[in-house]
Write a protein that binds this ligand. Structure first.
Ligand code: BES
Ligand code: MN
Ligand code: ZN
Length: 505
């Protein structure tokens, strides 16, 4: 799908479908000049449906009009209250235009920029490109009958109002499309069934993406993990016939921009979480194929870092394992020795995410001495209870880093909200038998105690942990979001990296 930005009059845009956004308006409202031009081209139909009250510009409202010549199809899309317009509403608008085109089986769509002072042309262009790209993703990799599916959209034309804005809008649209494509890469990986994407395959996919965009990639197999004494990751993986992997993807900035700041982005890559010996109930277990969504986000983030030439040394680390109850599986009561040397008493094999992460964190910290670590993990059901599917949980030991992530959450629409993590939570994770235990023993503050477990491995490195258990996949579909993986974290963390302070944190 190609996205272009033009400044021509919408009534002359040669696409098969022209989407015209309109904010809430009353029946006496006068149409904006450019909308009025479209209106004239289709014989005054827009003015008519506005005057009659058949179209009021309410959020979600849509109406298809037909012209005799060009434009042939005009899709009016309601934006709702203009005073409340934000980037997310603009993404949704683009998504609805793309869906509208797909439903009519057209191969091209033009989208007129909404008339608003709330967002600048570049902001509109970026959000429109993001929305269109996200909406074009379909989770149909395993459908054998694609004939019923509408043809893929070939062309999206974004119609900016002023010629003077074209350049900035083009650049912004390209940025938006690139980041959204990276988000789609993450979605594609997360949606893969666990039989198609065991750890070795996840690693191979990460390497494929890395090679495509010129990133370095290293994959550690079991002998290498043993040499490096990653006992926690190995322990989780030992119950599966598909052995674990650790993947390192590295973005090294061009020498001219080399500020030598290093940020490690770490992803939980449990390709399937059965719970292990502490097995999960059957209902909903199929969703645990998404338990590698943090890892999928890391692949997307590193792809974005490369394509956007982010002037930071960004290291992606993926801890990949399958949590299964095989004959060799680790058991409750076992003690694992982590790479850090800290021993961990296992009280529940279903608390495996923190185990694979603790070795990845220790590896990242000792290998790269990074300025900061950000990890993404579908870590706890407790976080889903606390924040639902609307917000990721944000934990950490560094205020400026957490603030930067929260702000990026607001600008990208991938909200993250600060959650507590205190010494009391850290103390809950101490064991009578070993240095630490992997569950606290009560369900209270389950997302905080999980984060606190990780904190025992970060030392004084600035660190933030995103619990994406509730946000990584969804059955609440929308214009830009089909059933399944969301690709959450890609827009969020890419924004954090792009706006990394020059003077450091
Ligand atoms: N992968 C799950 C967390 C999860 C739950 C993700 C729901 C997405 C949706 C994680 O490995 C897990 O099983 N956590 C346990 C921890 C418990 C045993 C302390 C949980 O949340 O129940
Ligand atoms: Mn689990
Ligand atoms: Zn898990």
């Amino acid at each position: 799908m190609k996205i272009t930005v033009e400044s021509q009059d919408p009534s002359r845009a040669g696409a098969e479908l022209l989407a015209v956004p309109l904010a809430s308006l009353d029946t006496g409202a006068k149409l904006a000049t450019r909308v009025a031009a479209v209106d004239r081209a289709i014989g005054g139909q827009i003015a008519e449906v506005v005057r009659s009250g058949d179209f009021r510009g309410r959020k979600g409202e849509s109406l298809l009009l037909f012209g005799r010549g060009a434009p042939r199809r005009v899709l009016l899309l309601g934006l709702g209250d203009e005073a409340k317009l934000d980037a997310e509403a603009v993404r949704q608008l683009a998504g609805r235009a793309v869906a509208g085109a797909a439903a009519r089986r057209t191969r091209s769509v033009a989208i007129a920029f909404p008339a608003t002072r709330k967002l600048r042309a570049a902001e509109l262009a970026r959000a429109l490109a993001e929305g269109a790209t996200l909406a074009s993703y379909r989770p149909d990799a395993w459908k054998t009958k694609k004939n019923d599916a509408p043809p893929a959209l070939g062309r999206v034309v974004l119609l900016v109002e002023r010629e003077a804005d074209v350049r900035a809008a083009r650049e912004a649209a390209e940025l938006g499309a690139t980041i959204a494509e990276c988000q789609n890469v993450a979605r594609r990986l997360s949606n893969e069934p666990a039989n198609a994407l065991p750890p070795a395959q996840l690693a191979a996919e990460a390497r494929r993406v890395a090679n495509e965009v010129g990133l370095r990639c290293r994959i550690f197999d079991v002998p290498e993990l043993r040499r490096r004494k990653m006992g926690a990751l190995l322990g989780v993986g030992q119950g599966s016939t598909h052995p674990p992997r650790l993947v390192v993807i590295e973005h090294v900035p061009r020498p001219a921009t080399r500020a030598r700041r290093t940020v490690c982005v770490i992803g939980k890559g449990i390709t399937f979480d059965s719970g292990g010996i502490s097995i999960k109930p059957a209902g909903g277990m199929h969703d645990m194929k998404h338990d590698m969504s943090g890892a999928a986000a890391v692949v997307g983030i590193l792809r974005a870092a490369a394509l956007l030439e982010i002037p930071l040394h960004v290291v992606g680390v993926i801890a990949a394992a399958e949590n299964m109850p095989g004959g060799e599986a680790y058991r409750p009561g076992d003690v694992l020795t982590s790479m850090s040397g800290q021993t961990i008493e296992i009280q529940n094999t279903d608390a495996e995410g923190r185990l694979v992460l603790c070795d990845a964190i220790h590896f990242a910290r000792t290998q790269y001495e990074p300025d900061a670590i950000i990890d993404l993990a579908t870590l706890t059901g407790a976080c889903v209870v606390a924040l639902g599917s609307w917000t990721s949980g944000l934990f950490g030991n560094h205020e400026a880093l957490c603030d930067a992530i929260r702000r990026a959450g607001a600008t990208t629409g991938e909200r993250a909200w600060p959650m507590p993590m205190a010494d009391e939570h850290r103390d809950e994770m101490r064991s009578q038998v070993a240095d630490l235990k992997n569950v606290s023993g009560s369900r209270d503050a389950g997302a905080s105690t999980a984060a606190a477990f990780l904190s025992h491995f970060v030392g004084d490195t600035p660190w933030a942990h995103l619990d994406i258990a509730g946000t990584a996949y969804t059955s609440k579909t929308g214009a830009c979001q089909p059933y399944g993986a969301t690709g959450v974290g890609v827009r969020l963390v890419t924004e954090v990296l792009q706006s990394w302070p020059h003077g450091g944190l």
